[in-house]
Design a protein around this ligand. Structure first.
Ligand code: FAD
Ligand code: NAD
Length: 477
């Protein structure tokens, strides 16, 4: 007889593994199918995020930041450090150790929660049955009362720069065994800026080729302009309105032809990272009669609760609409597991923060000024520069701004966009405020420790109200 489960999850990335653990916690008999395996054939959990995404990229961002600080940021403190060197293989080894620790941890969590982990590929058939093809070649059909699809995403390839040799995707860019002398990056998005920064900090000359004339379109214009200035000053040569038209792989690297504005240009690189976005992974996942429909660009069609068109089948994370972020995938996993268990959990899609882990970080939640204007929303903006923050100055990190946006009618916080030190953690404070329906006045009346970077959020709220203390107000109120 076919194995039977209350919940079968296909894919054990942040969406799938969190969904499986939460479902098991709620007493549901749960299995998770994952096809990723290590060189020695063992199943590997954690998906893109843990293996080739969030975690390894942050490990390299941290290592490269420390190198850069030691080489260039200590003299101002009166600290002398001679001969700062970087051992790239050691840096990669540390990254791999962290990845192994975390992916192994997921296997432990599955065991502790009673989740059945199945190593192989899953495919959804009609009637909520799941075909499981194990790595050893055996195929079985599993009966599932509920199915959660969580198969994630993969890098987009462009015809002008097909992957191979010196042309790599984000996973390849986490594995360079030496610092490229000249590194090209196609796409000034999250991956391009994070991985471009990693290699630039440890000595690569980095040119970033971005198709759009605007930098970081989702970010408030004032903040993105500031971020562009800061990153260019760090040496990232960011070319906007530039499109790669051809590449030529040769012995020493890759020649890239691109059109910047109207002008055709050529550049030679040792390596080229192509980071122009990701696409949902659904190929071969759905039997034609399984009842689940796809949208235009291959995303699985779901409602606001991640239910597909087939009752009892859900889809979460990078294969559905919304930002491709690990925390969004995880919270969708929790929402779906809880709804299967009969709870009425919802996800507030307006309160999902986004962070780019450059230094300084760029972080935001909610709309920026240009989106509010386009929506016809009356708003107030409060801006506070880190140049006026005692803590940022003490840390020699006083660049960037906090911009808080509030509803002109009732003072409710609508969004916050930050470039500056600690932006990732600062924006989280505003996310909490927004979850509680806070106004700028609520933040203004909250006591913030001194001297902290958080005071920049406090002052931005005061600025929105017209009475910031540590900067002049346009019209004090
Ligand atoms: P995935 O993590 O892609 O997992 C899907 C899993 O499903 C995979 O393990 C895959 O092997 C498995 N699978 C696919 N098909 C099948 C099948 N048929 N049968 C069985 N298994 C299958 N997000 C952040 O929030 N913060 C960050 O700092 C961040 N950094 C990133 C850095 C990089 C370089 C990249 C590439 C991404 C980064 N992301 C970050 C994005 C984040 O990794 C994704 O949003 C997240 O991993 C999506 O989770 P998921 O569970 O939907 O899919
Ligand atoms: P992205 O959408 O962030 O950026 C892609 C960039 O490439 C855009 O600016 C786009 O205009 C540009 N582009 C597209 N086609 C181009 C072309 N032909 N030539 C030049 N430029 C082109 O995508 P990404 O950086 O590949 O990241 C993929 C996903 O992974 C993102 O959705 C992101 O949310 C997620 N991610 C998140 C983090 C994080 O949270 N810190 C880190 C890495 C990745």
């Amino acid at each position: 007889m076919a194995q039977q489960f209350d919940v079968v999850v296909i894919g054990a990335g942040p969406g799938g593994y969190v969904a499986a653990i939460r479902a098991a916690q709620l007493g549901l008999k749960t299995a998770v199918i994952e096809k990723w395996r290590s060189g020695d054939g063992k199943p590997v959990f954690g998906g893109t995020c843990l293996n080739v995404g969030c975690i390894p990229s942050k490990a390299l961002l941290d290592s490269s930041h420390r190198f850069h600080e030691a080489a260039h940021g200590l003299a101002v403190h009166g600290i002398g450090a001679r001969e700062v060197t970087i051992d790239v293989p050691a840096m990669l080894k540390r990254k791999r150790r962290i990845v192994d620790q975390l992916t192994g941890g997921i296997a432990g969590l599955f065991k502790a929660n009673g989740v059945t982990a199945l190593a192989g590929s899953g495919r959804l058939l009609a009637g909520r049955r799941v075909e499981f093809s194990a790595h050893d070649g055996t195929v079985e059909t599993i009966d599932a009362a509920n199915v959660i699809l969580a198969t994630g995403s993969a890098p987009i390839e462009i015809p002008a720069a097909p992957f191979g040799g010196p042309i790599v995707d984000s996973a390849g860019a986490l594995e360079f065994d030496a610092v490229p002398r000249r590194l090209g990056v196609v796409g000034a998005g999250v991956i391009g800026l994070e991985l471009g920064s990693v290699w630039a900090r440890i000595g690569a000359e980095v040119v970033v080729i971005e198709a759009l004339p605007d930098f970081l379109l989702a970010v408030d214009r004032q903040v993105s302009k500031d971020a562009l200035k800061i990153l260019r000053a760090q040496g990232l040569d960011i070319r906007l309105n530039a499109r790669v038209t051809a590449t030529e792989v040769g012995e020493g690297g890759v020649g890239v032809t691109y059109v910047e504005g109207e002008e055709e240009k050529r550049a030679e690189f040792d390596r080229l990272i192509v980071a122009v976005g990701r696409r949902p992974v659904t190929a071969g996942l759905l039997a034609p009669d399984c009842g689940v429909n796809l949208e235009e660009r291959g995303f699985v069609h779901v409602n606001e609760h991640c239910a597909t068109d087939m009752p009892g089948v859900y889809a979460i994370g990078d294969i559905v609409r919304g930002p491709m972020l690990a925390h969004k995938a995880m919270e969708e996993g929790v929402m779906v597991a809880e709804r299967i268990a009969g709870r009425k959990t919802q996800l507030n899609y307006d309160g999902i923060p986004a962070i780019i882990y450059t230094h300084p970080e760029i972080a935001w939640v909610g709309p920026g000024e240009q989106q509010l204007k386009a929506a016809g929303q009356e708003f107030k903006a409060g801006v506070f520069p880190f140049a006026a923050s005692g803590r940022a100055l003490a840390a020699n990190d006083a660049v960037g701004i906090v911009k808080l946006l509030t509803d002109a009618a009732d003072d409710r916080v609508l969004g916050c966009h930050i470039v500056g030190p600690g932006a990732a953690d600062l924006v989280q404070q505003v996310v909490i405020a927004m979850e509680f329906g806070a106004s700028a006045e609520d933040i203004a009346l909250t006591v913030f420790g001194h001297p902290t970077l958080s005071e920049a959020v406090h002052e931005a709220a005061l600025a929105a109200l017209g009475h910031a203390i540590h900067i002049p107000n346009r019209k004090p109120r």
